[in-house]
Design a protein around this ligand. Structure first.
Ligand code: FEO
Length: 408
């Protein structure tokens, strides 16, 4: 089992999960990694563990470097199961009486989730606390709601390594461990997808955290960022931090996402007409038929768009199920600064567009006009109001075209 040296005396000892395709509702098309790090010093320290089934892989990697029983202490930066469910097994292997450093909320969450953690030797730490490892040390910074109440960063000032748990991570299973080994087109999309699906609702908290970290001067000391998922940022950690500083603002772009489904292709015809007119207005358009697209890919496209147009046929006086599902997912993510529009074809009752309109307005989307409904198949007479709606959306969007990086 190969290990990866991050720096002298710091190793990646995590696990690759190439098969996972669903991460609590997020489609992990390229799998994921559960990153854990081993620091060799007078006190041998393990930073985070892995999902329980991957503990043998973690222990095998550690054993390439040191006997796991020689680990002196564990730091738990995040209590979510993908990083902590292996903790009881790990402690059983290394010695259950050894200290586990976590935030106060981390101790609470770990004990509440796993009865096997209740007897562990927790040492709680908070922002500003330090832990000596010998030559090296760790300084802790609580990062509540980035993205759980327990979340915290651990920073090694002597090496300039920030262990950032989920922040700056991505779901990507690759044998390559570093940013300079993976193309920007790959990591850029995956990092954006991760932010859009996991971190969007906490953008305000992240913004404040990044500002506090910048004003404390900590960021100037960071040479390497080691997140709990995906690649390690060693070539230019400032690039991913800069992207986060941009993403927290959720600045609208001249891009529109058409999210829809269609029963007998009438709503689809409306979507295609809207798309054509928007494109003619210089808007970057993404058509996302919910028959073929996953909610987590849809919200990734929505994240850097300025407008979201949602189309639904009416079924049983309500919204089409696939559209209702993605709307629920969108609602939870609390996107900001979006323009909205609702449309749909119907046969006789036609409630869906109004329901969609009301829901989007409830999510604080700025609606450009009342919902647009067309009875049965849109014919020539139905096209002018569809084109008018597209023009109203285009007029409400920023004028500047989206660049070749698709707003990344
Ligand atoms: Fe990767 Fe919030 O766990």
């Amino acid at each position: 089992m190969e290990t990866v040296k991050v720096l002298d005396n710091v190793y990646w000892v995590g696990a690759l999960d190439c098969d996972i395709r669903d991460f609590h509702g997020y489609r992990t098309s390229d799998g994921s990694t559960y990153n854990a790090y081993l620091i060799i010093d007078e006190k041998i320290t393990l930073i985070d563990t892995v999902k329980a089934p991957f503990v043998p892989e973690l222990l095998a990697r550690i054993s390439e470097i040191v006997d796991p029983k020689k680990i002196d202490q564990v730091v738990s930066n995040h209590a979510e199961f993908d990083h902590s469910s292996g903790l009881p097994q790990v402690m059983a292997q290394i010695g259950a009486d050894k200290p586990v450093y976590s935030s106060k909320m981390g101790e609470k969450a770990l004990k509440a989730q796993m009865p096997d953690c209740r007897a562990l030797n927790f040492k709680t730490v908070g922002s500003g606390d330090s832990l000596s490892l010998g030559r090296l040390s760790l300084k802790f910074l609580e990062t509540r709601m980035v993205h759980w109440p327990d979340s915290m960063f651990s920073f090694c000032p002597e090496l300039g390594i920030l262990f950032s748990q989920d922040a700056f991570g991505m779901h990507l299973a690759t044998s390559r461990r570093f940013d300079d080994e993976v193309g920007r087109n790959v990591w850029g999309y995956e990092a954006l997808k991760y932010y859009a699906n996991i971190l969007t609702p906490y953008s305000g908290v992240i913004d404040k955290l990044l500002q506090a970290v910048a004003s404390s001067g900590l960021m100037n000391q960071v040479k390497i960022i080691c997140p709990d998922h995906g690649i390690i940022w060693r070539s230019n950690p400032g690039e991913i931090v800069g992207l986060y500083q941009k993403w927290v603002k959720q600045t609208p772009t001249r891009k529109a996402v058409l999210v829809y489904d269609s029963m007998w292709k009438s709503t689809e015809k409306m979507a295609l007409e809207l798309s054509g007119t928007l494109s003619g207005q210089g808007v970057l358009v993404k058509l996302m038929n919910m028959k073929y697209n996953h909610r987590s890919d849809v919200v990734t496209e929505i994240f850097n768009a300025g407008a979201v147009l949602v189309g639904s046929p009416t079924i049983n006086n309500d919204v089409y199920p696939t559209v209702a599902e993605v709307m629920a997912y969108m609602r939870g993510l609390k996107f900001m600064n979006k323009i909205g529009a609702a449309f749909g074809s119907y046969g006789w009752s036609g409630e869906a567009p109004k329901i969609v309109q009301t829901q989007l307005a409830g999510m604080k989307y700025q609606m450009v006009s009342p919902e647009l409904r067309v009875q049965w198949l849109p014919d020539e007479s139905a096209l002018p109001p569809i084109r008018d709606l597209a023009r109203a959306v285009a007029d409400a969007l920023p004028r500047e075209p989206v660049g070749a990086d698709f707003g990344l």
